[in-house]
Design a protein around this ligand. Structure first.
Ligand SMILES: Nc1ncnc2c1ncn2[C@@H]1O[C@H](COP(=O)(O)OP(=O)(O)OP(=O)(O)O)[C@@H](O)[C@H]1O
Ligand SMILES: [Mg+2]
Length: 392
């Protein structure tokens, strides 16, 4: 477009009035087309010049953002935005000459809150920075969909859980029934023979007692697994939390003859986490790893950042799992241990999902197991210095 205009300017002295008119008409049509494209987008776009004054606002931006005035042109971008938080964020980012990605803000829109995701990027042309572009997206629906999906997932796991409970309580209930019948028979025969077999009756009562305890444990575990967890997410450094946990389990690992190799990458961006729940989840995984290495071994814990993800790996060289076992480990009540409840990894899964994270497992029988947890880094700021302008 610029080249076309430059050529037109060069030729201008040779053009007659009609040709100039046609040229202006073409330019106006082109301009309208660009405006139309910008206004048809459902993403809000605000463009500022190098002095941070507003030079362009598309229709979606007008709809999404509250403005202080309709006379926004030539004013600093932030002074045109009525929302305090967004205005401060824009001012700070632009004055510090930074970029920002996907910073989330909640706007109170007549009772119904809306969530806006804002990014600020440099506008680069002809190899130099010509201003900034503020990109605004309404992610309320997206967040709602994610929450619905999480609920559907937990509902699906509730069905599995209910089936699991039904299956689990069948055995103790059956056993209680049988032992009560035996007790009745013993009572009857003691009445008939007028001789009470205390020992036998006592043993039946003991079995009934044990089974009642078992039922109680199943119910307690069930409540634990279905209780919605109320995570309080805070911006924290993942390494800090992992480090504290490792300090805590250090002695237990030592006692079990397990060498701990921790590799925590420095300079990780903070993530949103709930310290209490995350520690509980990681503790469950440590316990599983310890149980998988009865004759000792090595536990490797690493953290890294890959793009917008913070990654935590917990790896053991223990007994490992077959594919069949691996497919079921997150299911409630699934256990291969004599005294396991099979709830540990169910909680882990729930906690990681509440952190908007993902958990994956790789395992080989006899070799070991690696759990990889991926947490999203909420937003990343890049300093403009060192930014390659040609990437625009
Ligand atoms: N690191 C691991 N190595 C090998 N197998 C594992 C590992 N972690 C989990 N498992 C398998 O997954 C199963 C389920 O684990 P989960 O933590 O949910 O329950 P559990 O450890 O059996 O009982 P608990 O509820 O007491 O934790 C375990 O019984 C085990 O078979
Ligand atoms: Mg466990």
């Amino acid at each position: 477009m610029r080249k076309f205009i430059e050529r037109a300017i060069e030729k201008l002295p040779k053009l007659d009035e009609e040709q100039i008119r046609a040229l202006i008409r073409d330019l106006a049509t082109e301009h309208e087309r660009i405006e139309l494209v910008l206004d048809s987008m459902n993403v809000g776009v605000l463009v500022s010049a190098t002095d941070n004054s507003l030079v362009l606002v598309n229709k979606a931006a007008e709809r999404l953002l509250p403005f202080t005035t309709h006379e926004w042109y030539e004013r600093p971008v932030w002074s045109a935005i009525a929302d305090r938080e967004i205005s401060d964020f824009v001012q700070q980012t632009l004055l510090n000459q930074e970029s920002a990605h996907d910073r989330e803000f909640t706007l109170d829109g007549n009772g119904a809150n809306r969530i806006l995701s804002c990014s600020i990027l440099p506008l680069v042309g002809s190899g130099r920075i010509q201003g900034n572009i503020l990109h605004i997206e309404d992610i309320t629906e997206k967040r709602g969909r994610e929450a619905r999906l999480r609920r559907a997932e937990s509902l699906a796991s509730l069905t599995t859980l209910a089936a699991g409970v039904a299956h689990e309580i069948k055995n103790p209930l059956g056993s209680i029934g049988i032992h009560i019948q035996l007790l009745q028979k013993a009572l009857q025969s003691s009445m008939d023979s007028e001789q009470i077999d205390h020992e036998r009756m006592q043993s039946y009562i003991e079995v009934v007692n044990e089974e009642v305890d078992r039922l109680n444990r199943i119910v307690v575990d069930f409540l634990f697994a279905v209780r919605p967890i109320d995570v309080q997410l805070e911006e924290r450094n993942l390494n800090e939390v992992v480090h504290e946990l490792l300090e805590f389990v250090k002695y237990e690992l030592e006692e079990a003859g397990i060498e701990l190799v921790a590799n925590l990458e420095e300079g990780l961006d903070p993530i949103h986490l709930d310290e209490k729940y995350l520690k509980q989840a990681l503790m469950n995984m440590m316990k599983n790893a310890i149980a998988a290495m009865p004759d000792g071994g090595t536990l490797r814990v690493t953290t890294t950042q890959r793009g917008d993800d913070a990654i935590l790996c917990i790896s053991d060289n223990g007994v490992g799992m077959t594919d069949e076992v691996m497919a079921k480990i997150f299911e409630p009540y699934f256990t291969t241990k004599d005294f396991g409840s099979g709830i540990g990894l169910t909680l882990v899964y729930k906690v990681i999902k509440e952190h908007r994270g993902e958990i994956a497992v790789l395992s080989q029988p006899g070799k070991g197991t690696t759990f990889t947890i991926t947490f999203p880094v909420p937003q990343k700021e890049q300093h403009l210095l060192g930014w390659n302008g040609d990437q625009a």
